[in-house]
Design a protein around this ligand. Structure first.
Ligand code: 9D3
Length: 268
């Protein structure tokens, strides 16, 4: 997958040269093209912004340099998506990352400090925000989007990591993890994890996964996928955690399947 980044601060993309993204690039699975759109400024002084029509403070990014930078890109080798990073965009999510991973090229347009001339929006297929907090520019947001999309590109994650993501999922938070030593700083590894009883370990992990999700992120519960056996675990948790008890309406979907009568469904 190719990522083309239009930015005034290409140095802010040093993280692309690290870790998994670096490996993905070394293996030819990822391509990063950093374009400084100041190079496409028309004026002698290479201005990319100007004062807003109608007055008021601040500066606004001019449309011409970004239009020229986009027009100068090599023709796309496949399906290309152009995204503008802006606090006014649609909230980024794992499902948006998965949708973007289906393209061959993602063009990311980053502003810095200031607003875009409204006509720049016409260049973009979509506008993306990464959350309700104020950044200094679109660059850190672009890094977040690139990271989330690149790891979904086939082959970028090692076989093991990819398999682990497949086995996990479901929309609940992960269970707690432990490694050696069994006792550290007065904190013991739960006995069940040392037992070798794989069914008991699986059940403990599921229970702690549900507990964490109800206590920390109850907003995830309505979208999460129930498993067989969850109802009994939830009844146990309800006895241990007031939050889970109070959230009982959220786990209606986990109710045990109604006992099927012999002979299948009868009507009337
Ligand atoms: C808060 C009002 N603004 C200041 C005059 C507008 C503003 C424009 C641009 C504020 C910050 C920025 C820089 N941020 C981004 O470009 C940005 C962003 C963000 O700040 N938060 C979450 N997602 C994103 S995507 C791009």
């Amino acid at each position: 997958m190719k990522f083309t980044i239009l930015t005034l601060f290409p140095e802010m993309f040093a993280p692309l040269d690290c870790s998994i993204l670096k490996r993905g690039r070394d293996e030819g699975l990822l391509v990063f093209d950093l374009v400084n759109f100041r190079d496409f400024a028309l004026s002698r002084h290479k201005n990319v912004d100007d004062t807003p029509y109608g007055g008021g403070g601040g500066m606004v990014l001019k449309p011409e340099p970004l239009y020229a930078a986009l027009a100068a890109l090599p023709p796309p080798a496949g399906a290309r998506r152009v995204a503008l990073l802006t606090p006014q965009g649609a909230l980024f999510s794992q499902s948006r990352a998965a949708a973007l991973a289906a393209y061959d090229e993602l063009v990311l347009i980053c502003g810095h400090y200031e607003g875009f001339d409204e006509r720049i929006r016409a260049l973009a297929d979509e506008e993306i925000s990464i959350g309700d907090y104020v950044l200094t520019g679109g660059e850190p947001a672009a890094l977040v989007v690139i990271d989330a999309v690149a790891r979904l590109t086939p082959g970028v994650l090692g076989q093991e990591d990819a398999a682990r993501t497949d086995s996990h999922a479901g929309g609940f938070l992960e269970h707690p993890h432990y490694t050696r030593p069994p006792l550290f700083a007065g904190q013991r590894v739960p006995e069940v994890l040392l037992s070798g009883d794989h069914a008991a370990i699986e059940r403990w992990r599921r229970k702690e996964s549900l507990r964490r999700t109800f206590l920390r992120r109850p907003d995830l519960v309505p979208e999460a996928v129930w498993r067989e056996g969850d109802y009994a675990i939830l009844e146990e948790l309800a006895a241990e955690e007031e939050t889970v008890r109070l959230c009982r309406p959220l786990w209606a979907g986990a109710a045990p399947p109604a006992r099927r009568r012999k002979g299948g469904d009868r009507h009337g």
